[in-house]
Design a protein around this ligand. Structure first.
Ligand code: ZN
Length: 129
């Protein structure tokens, strides 16, 4: 079974830095080298890697996604959250990160972000190194 990282989101659309939580699961796995897969088992949430230094980067990503995929566009899906499903597919449900010496190998400015598109909710992320 993969490790599970629990994420509590606080807004309908939000990016949450989960890098340290993923790193903890890699350390607990005892894996020192290979690949860590981070997978989101939800249809209205996603995961991506991007800049974590300037929070305006995430704000800009969210603003552009909301502009590109408005909440009400005559969608057919009766649940009323088609924009959330579309954003989840655009961003994607998994990322892979190399592991060396028990550490995630990320670029200087890179962080792993859980992307909430239909929150607030209690979510989970699968991590397997
Ligand atoms: Zn739906």
């Amino acid at each position: 079974m993969p490790a599970i990282v629990n994420v509590k989101t606080n807004a309908r659309t939000e990016m949450v830095d989960i890098t340290s939580m993923v790193q903890i699961e890699v350390a607990k796995s005892g894996v020192t080298g290979g690949i860590c897969v981070v997978f989101v088992p939800h249809t209205t949430a996603a995961v991506t890697i991007n800049e974590g230094a300037d929070p305006d980067v995430c704000r800009d990503i969210i603003a552009k996604l909301n502009q590109m995929v408005p909440p009400h566009e005559g969608y057919r899906h009766s649940e009323g959250n088609s924009d959330s499903h579309i954003k989840a597919s655009l961003v994607g449900s998994s990322v892979s990160v190399l592991v060396e010496g028990g550490r995630l190998v990320l670029g200087t400015w890179q962080k792993i972000f859980f992307c909430e598109f239909d929150g607030p909710r209690s979510r989970k992320v699968y991590v397997k190194a």
